[in-house]
Design a protein around this ligand. Structure first.
Ligand code: S3P
Length: 173
């Protein structure tokens, strides 16, 4: 059984994914890291030199390959992964996977992301917190319909990492 973690940038997919994998004694794969390894370029470099369309194409190819090849892994997706190509359909149709949406609110995401914009090509152009919050609000409006197709939705605002991990674990028995 694969665990697939979905959510906006800054929602905790990678941090919680690593901890979850350790708890379950499963390998952890971060799709962004995997793409960087395969392409030998960082995500900001990929966006800059090859463009977002190329990135989305590769994201779809590597997601497909991982879903076909891997079993018993915790897989953290990029924030945009469920919203492009047929990615969410691939995830929901996958027989051996449970998907979890780590749902954070716009204010919480803004406060988490305002210090982490630099390595995120979609966010680094915003200089004020207001601009960032407006963008995140619109982006979440577009993306929520995809995220909400996850098997399990877990709110992550005003809660501890431990609580979120316990909630995930409670769906695995
Ligand atoms: C993106 C999120 C990023 C990365 C890329 C695009 C997005 O992943 O895939 O910068 O479209 O939301 P994280 O959610 O891990 O930051």
């Amino acid at each position: 059984m694969n665990l697939i973690l979905i959510g906006y940038m800054g929602s905790g997919k990678s941090t919680l994914g690593r901890k979850l994998a350790k708890k379950l004694n499963h390998p952890f794969i971060d799709l962004d890291d995997y793409i960087e390894d395969q392409e030998q370029l960082s995500i900001p470099e990929l966006f800059k030199t090859r463009g977002e369309i190329y990135f989305r194409k590769k994201e779809n190819e590597y997601l497909k390959a991982l879903l076909e090849d891997q079993d018993n892994v915790v897989l953290a997706l990029g924030g945009g992964t469920p919203c492009y190509a047929n990615n969410m359909a691939l995830i929901t149709a996958h027989k051996n996977a449970t998907s979890f949406y780590f749902k954070a609110g716009i204010k919480e995401l803004t406060s988490r992301l305002k210090h982490e914009k630099e390595n995120r090509p979609l966010l680094n152009r915003f200089s004020t917190d207001d601009e960032l919050m407006e963008f995140i609000g619109k982006h979440m409006f577009e993306r929520s319909a995809y995220y909400n197709q996850a098997d399990v939705v877990i709110p992550v605002d005003n809660t501890t990492e431990l609580d979120v991990l316990d909630k995930v674990m409670s769906h695995l028995v």
